[in-house]
Design a binder for this molecule. Structure first.
Ligand code: NAD
Length: 417
């Protein structure tokens, strides 16, 4: 018999999981505190780019979304996919996780499997989630199963899917891991069991820290090559021809999304308890945070070379989402760059096919052609697929390209990071 799967948190992680289990014939009981999401699911309307509405609509007969936890009592397994942000002073904010776990504890049943998917520091599952669930009177590893299995979804990616991306699983006990493997085997082809939740929690952080550190390395190089008059894109391209021992990372305006700028600091915080300073993480954060300032300096110089000042210049940002192909604005460096340029007196506009409006900044996406014609400078911050950057470079008065999409163009009006 197919399992009944409860999913707490129906966002970028939870909704694709809900659809995947529903497609395999499982009944999905979804819980989210956001009633708009619950209503959208009932109407078969997706709010996540990677889940087309047609796909959701087809699966929605098996996805029962609600704001109430009581229904989870009927689930065989419950996956927790709530946010794990940082507090304003950059410490782990486990508020949503604690709320969700407490609410689940009230309806927890013997023999249920609970899996935490949210990214977090090593120790969270055992030291925070287990005790809260045990307030139900049931013992973790004995009366109910508990595991950690990190989500690896990469919004916008199509070459690897939930099914084809190996899934790491760390159970509190052997039998917890076996239960989790049996569940995830329904939607994933390859399962990777590790010794316990801590190894799985840290493996996820290592993946994100690895990216953060390598992006910082190439960003630092971009700041140096700028002074040295060397083309960083050419250097990266040349190094990437080495068939072994090198992995390509691209420079850019800074790190966006809610993962890379946030997750590494979960480990930094935890490491302090062990008298260890995670210097790579801190340094990577520092370098990546400098990038929007470096990019603004490039804009300033490009305008200056054209006899213009930033004050009063019409600067248009092309692409404001944090990465290509999505409309997610979380921590997007474009927002910081817009703010910095505004502070300098520039008049800002933008075009982004995925982001119709930036309400907080009082801006709406303008048609590309109009934008290019009306601008003193076009700043390519995020290179969405489907946008003809070559044409933009040809038509615009001045272009600053922070993504290397105009490589190959030697036109005098184009400046690259
Ligand atoms: N988005 C990604 O690419 C990605 C990739 C890997 C891991 N993660 C991790 O997965 C976790 C979830 O991320 P996300 O991107 O899906 O976040 P999200 O903000 O898109 O979705 C989280 C959902 O949880 C809901 N929620 C919050 N508190 C709740 C509660 N107490 N009870 C029920 N629902 C609640 C929110 O309303 C929201 O719909 C985070 O730990 C994140 O770091 C995200």
């Amino acid at each position: 018999m197919a399992a009944t799967v409860g999913i707490i948190g129906l966002g970028y992680v939870g909704l694709p999981l809900a659809v995947a289990f529903a497609q395999e014939g499982c009944e999905v009981l979804g819980v989210d505190v956001d009633s708009r999401k619950v209503e959208a699911i009932a109407a078969g309307e997706s709010y996540i780019e990677d889940v087309p509405s047609e796909v959701l609509a087809k699966a929605s007969a098996r996805i029962h979304a609600t704001t109430r936890y009581a229904r989870l009592a009927k689930a065989d397994a419950v996956l927790i996919c709530v946010p794990t942000p940082l507090s304003p002073n950059r410490e782990p904010d486990l508020g949503p996780l604690v709320d969700a776990t407490r609410a689940l504890a009230e309806v927890l049943q013997p023999d249920q499997l609970v899996v935490l998917e949210s990214t977090t520091y090593p120790g969270t599952t055992r030291e925070r989630v287990a005790p809260l669930l045990e307030e139900s009177g049931l013992a973790a590893g004995r009366d109910f199963s508990l595991a950690f299995s990190p989500e690896r979804v990469d919004p916008g990616r199509t070459d690897y899917t939930l099914r084809t991306t190996p899934k790491v699983i760390g159970g509190l006990t052997e039998s917890c891991a076996e239960r989790a493997e049996a569940l995830y085997g329904v939607v994933c082809d390859t399962l990777v069991r590790v010794s316990g939740p801590e190894a799985a929690e840290l493996a996820k952080l290592l993946e994100n820290i690895f990216r953060s550190v390598n992006i910082a390395l190439v960003n630092e190089l971009a700041m140096l090559t700028d002074r040295m008059g060397i083309d960083v894109w050419e250097v990266v391209e040349a190094a990437a021809t080495k068939p072994y021992g090198f992995m390509r990372f691209e420079p850019g305006p800074g790190m966006g999304g809610h993962c890379l700028p946030v997750d590494p600091f979960y480990l930094t915080w935890r490491a302090r308890e062990f008298d260890v300073a995670t210097e790579f993480i801190e340094l990577a954060g520092k370098v990546n945070q400098q990038m929007p300032y470096h990019c603004v300096a490039k804009v300033q110089r490009a305008l200056n070379d054209a006899g213009l000042s930033v004050k009063g210049a019409r600067v248009s940002v092309l692409g404001v989402a944090y990465k290509p192909g999505v409309g997610d604005l979380r921590e997007s460096p474009a927002l910081k760059i817009i703010e910095l340029l505004r502070d300098l007196g520039a008049h800002l506009s933008y075009h982004d096919p995925h982001v119709p409006a930036l309400a907080d900044l009082g801006l709406a996406s303008r048609p590309l052609e109009q934008l290019v014609a009306d601008s003193d400078l076009v700043l390519i911050v995020t290179a969405h697929p489907g946008v003809d950057h070559g044409l933009v470079a040809k038509r615009a008065r001045l272009v600053v390209d922070l993504r290397g999409v105009t490589r190959g163009s030697a036109a005098a009006n184009v400046v690259r990071l």
